[in-house]
Ligand binder design. Structure first.
Ligand SMILES: Cc1ncc(COP(=O)(O)O)c(C=O)c1O
Length: 695
């Protein structure tokens, strides 16, 4: 196949992929500056694993690691600090080469080490692996101590066949791995007990994978209503001497919240002191690693805490790089057991490798360095601040609809969260009945407008809760938030109307079936059905029941509240889409009903039915795009007349009718009609004929 044809075929097929900018499900970066694209194409054929061939790319990786170590307050962090210390040491030790070498060795020991990875998942697995190895080192040390104590006291070693050798690099041992294993304190026949790792049920799947792949028992701490992070009390209940560590999360996947890392650090430290254990913390900072240092610089979650031995983060999330890069940094060199560092020489020099895979693109590391250089702390701080403000804006606006409960911690400034807005429909049973749909229906409908927003159930214990998550990335501007809000609100009302309509149709169908059955029934059944049929006929005669009418009015009021929940600074948007209010009330007798419900709704959004409110109504009507000035409506049929006195009940109703007419026209521009009217614009001097679906 010619290259052009093959490429075209793939391009065509990818047309059905979603639009990445509208993909609000993903944390992953979907936009970078044009210069980043240049770097991408410059480096796309470079393999970072080839350290000998691509020394510059590897040096840039080292710089990124040092910058991250510095950002995360590693005890010895970054080139600048090390260079200064090295100078001090050199001056202090004078010319003595042996002392200088020892000092340099000491210095390099205390340096943070790390690597780039393919995302946080790989980094988390490396963090878990190192944790498990450190636990083995601790066990071996403890066992050696025990044996020594026994020898000193003349006791013979017991049945525990744990050996003390965990140094275990493959040096000089060739490939006879099984022979090496047989000598170790772990592996088959070693007597090593199962180890465990603790984390919350709000974890990402990569933590579960880590446990499965590395044969670690996951001790998963359940969530509780309103408690979506790791509970320190439950952590301490789960901990024992075979706990390799606690994986704490800075910005959970489910709600974006930060685990209480400092408290867990302190309690684990106290436990270690009491029990002689060496339990440590790994921070899964997939999202928070590029948020918290800028939004909460004083929050202690990183290497400032003594038990935090490693931190992983996703460069391709709030690190603002295209998909394909993550990072892990260990507090000090000794926290990455030497046993996990492999040496290879088949690409030229002796090269160290401690990642799960070998080859990987150099380009994304260069992009990360580009972003660091381009933005600096100041640039990151400004972007993170804006994203958090947009997330808060979404949360505030959604909660004003009255039907939404915000689950992320972003209704208050300074909330401990990454830029997410996580929410659900309020659990109130009566509200849910009136709405008649759930979160999954809503996100499905939003997909028809191009928005990709996930709805997912929370983990066990809260699995009846369905959450909707909007990730507020750099590319989601305030204006796009407004578009999204508009679509969410409109869909909320449309779905409610559709649900009410289909419930009404279902009831009609049931009545019709009942009648049919009654007509055809024989052999005593007719007696049974007769009563029901009479009732059905009565209902048909009466049309909707009082309960139906009450529900319709409640829905209309809800709709006004939902649609009106827009910032007062945006009056043009205040009633956008209000025509939906009246869709469920279409039985030819609804104008007064709608008007009544509209009163309630208008009260809910602050347009009370008083003299002051009349002005606001006038303003709102004038703001409707059609009006162009103060609208005057003369309606044919049963409805409004502009001449109706303003202060009478009749006058108010006419105003609301005029408002509805204007807005209907503004929103739909067309509608079939029983109701008609003419709007006159003083500004343009033109009159327009309006038709609507009110009755
Ligand atoms: C808390 C957390 N950890 C780990 C991951 C996995 O990250 P990645 O996709 O970079 O492998 C995610 C992804 O969303 C996450 O939210």
């Amino acid at each position: 196949m010619p290259a052009a044809a093959a490429a075209q075929m793939i391009k065509d097929e990818c047309l059905v992929d979603g639009n990445p900018t509208l993909n609000l499900a993903s944390f992953v970066t979907t936009w970078m500056e044009p210069e980043a694209h240049e770097l991408l194409s410059l480096a796309q054929n470079k393999n970072l694993a080839d350290q000998e061939q691509y020394p510059a790319s590897n040096e840039i990786q080292e710089r990124c690691i040092n910058m991250l170590a510095s950002l995360y307050n590693a005890p010895s962090n970054g080139h600048g600090v090390d260079a200064m210390k090295e100078k001090e040491i050199a001056e202090a030790v004078g010319e003595d080469p042996a002392v200088a070498a020892a000092a340099a060795e000491l210095q390099s020991e205390s340096r943070a080490v790390g690597t780039s990875t393919i995302g946080s998942s790989e980094a988390i697995m490396l963090g878990g692996l190192a944790m498990k190895w450190r636990w083995r080192q601790w066990r071996a040390k403890r066992q050696a101590q025990k044996e020594q104590d026994q020898r000193q006291s003349g006791e013979v070693s017991g049945s525990d066949n744990t050996k003390s050798d965990v140094s275990g690099t493959l040096k000089g041992e060739g490939w006879a791995t099984s022979a090496v294993m047989a000598n170790r304190s772990y592996g088959p026949g070693s007597g090593e007990p199962p180890c465990n790792m603790i984390f919350s049920a709000a974890c990402h799947v990569s933590l579960l994978k880590t446990c499965k792949y590395l044969d670690i028992e996951p001790r998963i701490i359940p969530l509780a209503p309103g408690q979506y992070t790791l509970d320190p009390d439950l952590v301490m209940e789960a901990v024992d001497e075979n706990t390799i560590g606690v994986m704490v999360i800075l910005g959970t996947t489910l709600t974006g919240a930060f685990d209480p890392i400092e408290e867990i650090n302190d309690r684990v430290t106290a436990y270690n002191e009491q029990h002689g254990t060496d339990i440590s913390l790994h921070v899964d900072a997939a999202s928070g690693g590029f948020v918290a240092p800028f939004s909460h610089p004083d929050l202690k979650w990183d290497f400032r805490l003594e038990r935090v031995k490693s931190i992983s983060t996703s460069g391709h999330k709030f690190g603002l790089v295209y998909p394909g890069v993550g990072w892990i940094v260990w507090r000090e060199k000794k926290d990455l057991p030497e046993d996990l560092v492999f040496h290879v020489n088949y690409l030229g020099n002796d090269e160290k490798t401690f990642t799960l895979n070998f080859s990987k693109p150099a380009a994304h590391v260069l992009l990360q360095y580009f972003v660091f250089q381009r933005l600096g702390r100041e640039g990151f701080t400004s972007i993170v601040t804006r994203c958090l403000a947009n997330a808060r804006y979404l949360a505030e606006q959604l909660s004003r609809t009255g039907v939404v409960e915000i689950m992320s911690e972003n209704l208050q400034p300074g909330g401990r969260t990454v830029p997410l807005c996580v929410w659900r429909l309020k659990p109130d049973k009566q509200l849910r009945r009136l709405l008649g749909f759930d979160e999954r229906d809503l996100v499905h409908e939003l997909r028809t407008r191009g928005w990709i927003v996930p709805a997912y159930s929370l983990p066990a214990a809260l699995d009846d809760v369905i959450a909707i998550r909007i990730v507020v990335r750099e590319s989601l501007s305030h204006e796009t938030c407004d578009l999204l809000l508009h679509d969410i609100k409109t869909k909320l009302v449309d779905l409610m109307n559709k649900a009410a309509e289909s419930a009404r149709n279902a009831r009609k169908l049931m009545r019709a079936t009942l009648k049919q059955q009654a007509r055809g029934a024989t052999g005593g059944k007719e007696l049974l059905i007769e009563g029901a049929m009479a009732a059905a006929e009565q209902e048909d005669d009466a049309g909707d029941s009082d309960a139906d009418r009450a529900d319709d009015e409640a829905r209309a009021a809800l709709a006004v509240q939902i649609l009106g929940a827009v910032q007062p600074s945006r009056p043009h948007a205040r009633f956008h889409g209000v025509s939906s209010v009246i869709q469920p009330t279409h039985h030819g007798k609804t104008m007064t009903r709608v008007s009544g419900a509209l009163h309630a709704g208008l009260r809910a959004v602050g347009l009370e039915h008083d003299k002051h409110a009349d002005d606001k109504v006038e303003d709102a009507a004038a703001a409707a795009p059609l009006a162009g000035g103060k609208p005057e409506l003369s309606a044919e049929g049963s409805s409004a007349s502009a001449a109706a006195p303003a202060d009478t009940k009749e006058g108010h109703r006419h105003k609301y009718s005029a408002l509805l007419h204007n807005m209907l026209h503004a929103v739909h521009g067309r509608a079939s009609s029983v109701h008609t009217g003419t709007a006159h614009s003083e500004a343009t001097g033109k009159s327009k004929h309006i038709t609507s679906t009110i009755c």
